[in-house]
Design a protein around this ligand. Structure first.
Ligand code: SF4
Length: 446
């Protein structure tokens, strides 16, 4: 790398929300772009506003089992439009003075790249962009990630960035940064060939408590409540060898033990994908732990896959059940049928997984949801000896369920993404109620 190469600053913004917890979440897209920029000769630096281990924080971040943990948080005023929600609202992440100090101490950038995740977290993104604009008034700010992909017009109008990118944007970012800096040269990766992408630059973090892994992008299903198809229209995979090399790299060079798969379709075409990946992990003798916070498909979970998962070190298994009834489900999804959940659980238990390792997600707060059906779903999951995990539904633009969500909501979902927040159960006509939430939480736990 040339010493006079342009310097690019990448920032992962705060979360503003009623609740947040670090479930092995890292901005894989932004950190992949950081690696691609390095590959093209740029100098990069990175500020993680969600850093639980920032070296200048007076208390080190807490670490739960397997590397997860609480973010630092500070209560802030609720957005005006959510004044009626009887919950505290917070900024999750490091204090603003640390963000400012870190920007001050970083080499002066020629471009600032900021990512984003949930649409309703945009207030944290806007707050960060305001600070960057104030401190680096002449530096172009580029915003990407899920929020501008799903709510492009809102992001263009409100975020305050100079450039707003939607969708997968590795190639677009490099092109834009090359243009803004008059640097760069030949493209050294093939956007559609994931094996040509470098590993995300987790080494830029102050500490690597775990590594989230994506072995591919996209999903062959198109569930009514999910934006996977919109975000990644095609299913594309890395080769099993490339994935195993990455796991070995972080484990051997950075002593990482915990790996969280964030794929939408990890088990699909198991014979050519997850089976060789896990065989590769075992052949290399990698003593690591795996987690699947993003839920696994139930149908392809065969006896062989379950056994391999156990031998390879899976510790946290989440199954994407969503609802435990199968009549009248066609408008929602087709990924799991009657009998398949019980069979998958039997395979997992037969492979020696304990009950506490297995959880099944159930959607709570769907438009028009019959709560007696949710109650029956929770009881059915428990009767299989599996932990029901209530996943609060967030309405997502560009999904098949969106129009129904808009009709069912007591808020104007179209006018402001702040109302997409799943913590407030936006698709129910009745106001948020702790009693109802508490009842289902107890039912799931008890
Ligand atoms: S199977 Fe999962 S990832 Fe795929 S579309 Fe459905 S919910 Fe989304």
């Amino acid at each position: 790398m040339q010493n006079d190469a342009p310097h690019i600053l990448l920032i992962n913004p705060w979360i503003h929300d009623f609740a947040a917890y670090d479930f092995w979440a890292k901005p894989i897209g932004l950190l992949t772009i950081a690696s691609i920029l390095r590959m093209h000769g740029y100098q990069v630096s990175y500020i993680d506003c969600l850093d639980r281990f920032h070296p200048k924080m007076s208390h080190p971040g807490n670490v739960d089992r397997f590397g997860k943990g609480h973010y630092l948080k500070r209560q802030i005023p609720k957005p005006e439009k959510l004044y009626d929600v009887p919950r505290n609202y917070s900024r999750y992440g490091i204090p603003e003075r640390l963000v400012r100090k870190t920007i001050e101490e970083s080499p002066r950038p020629e471009v600032v790249l900021i990512t984003s995740l949930m649409t309703y977290w945009y207030p944290g993104v806007i707050a960060l962009i305001e600070i960057v604009r104030h401190m680096l008034p002449w530096v172009p700010v580029v915003l990407g990630g899920i929020y501008p992909t799903l709510c492009h017009d809102h992001a263009v109008r409100h975020a305050g960035a100079d450039y707003v990118l939607s969708g997968e944007s590795e190639a677009a970012v490099i092109e834009l940064v090359d243009r803004l800096t008059a640097f760069g040269g030949e493209q050294r990766f093939i956007p559609d060939d994931l094996d040509t992408h470098p590993y995300p630059a987790f080494d830029l973090q102050s500490f690597i408590p775990y590594v989230p892994i994506l072995t591919g992008r996209g999903c062959p299903f198109d569930c009514a409540y999910c934006a996977s198809r919109f975000l990644n229209p095609k299913l594309r995979r890395r080769s099993p060898e490339h994935v195993v090399e990455e796991i070995a790299y972080w484990h051997e060079k950075h002593s990482v033990l915990d790996f969280a798969f964030y794929d939408d379709a990890l088990l699909i075409d198991a014979d050519s994908h997850i089976i060789p990946i896990l065989e590769g992990v075992l052949a290399r003798g990698l003593e690591v732990r795996f987690h699947t916070p993003n839920a696994l498909h139930i149908r392809p979970l065969s006896r062989e896959v379950a056994r391999l998962m156990f031998r390879a070190g899976f510790k946290t298994i989440r199954l994407g059940l969503e609802m435990a009834f199968f009549d009248d489900r066609e408008g929602m999804d087709s990924k799991v049928g009657p009998g398949e959940f019980q069979q998958a659980v039997d395979y997992l238990k037969g492979a020696c997984f304990k009950e506490e390792a297995i959880g099944a997600y159930l959607l709570h707060g769907l438009p028009g949801q019959d709560l007696s059906e949710l109650e029956a779903s929770v009881k059915m999951v428990k009767s299989c000896g599996v932990r029901p995990i209530l996943a609060q539904y967030s309405p997502i633009p560009h999904t098949a369920l969106w129009p129904e969500a808009v009709r069912a909501s007591r808020y104007d979902l179209v006018s402001d993404p702040i109302f997409h927040n799943n913590s407030i159960f936006p698709c129910q006509k009745e106001p948020f109620s702790w009693e109802r939430v508490g009842y289902f939480k107890l039912l799931a736990q008890g």
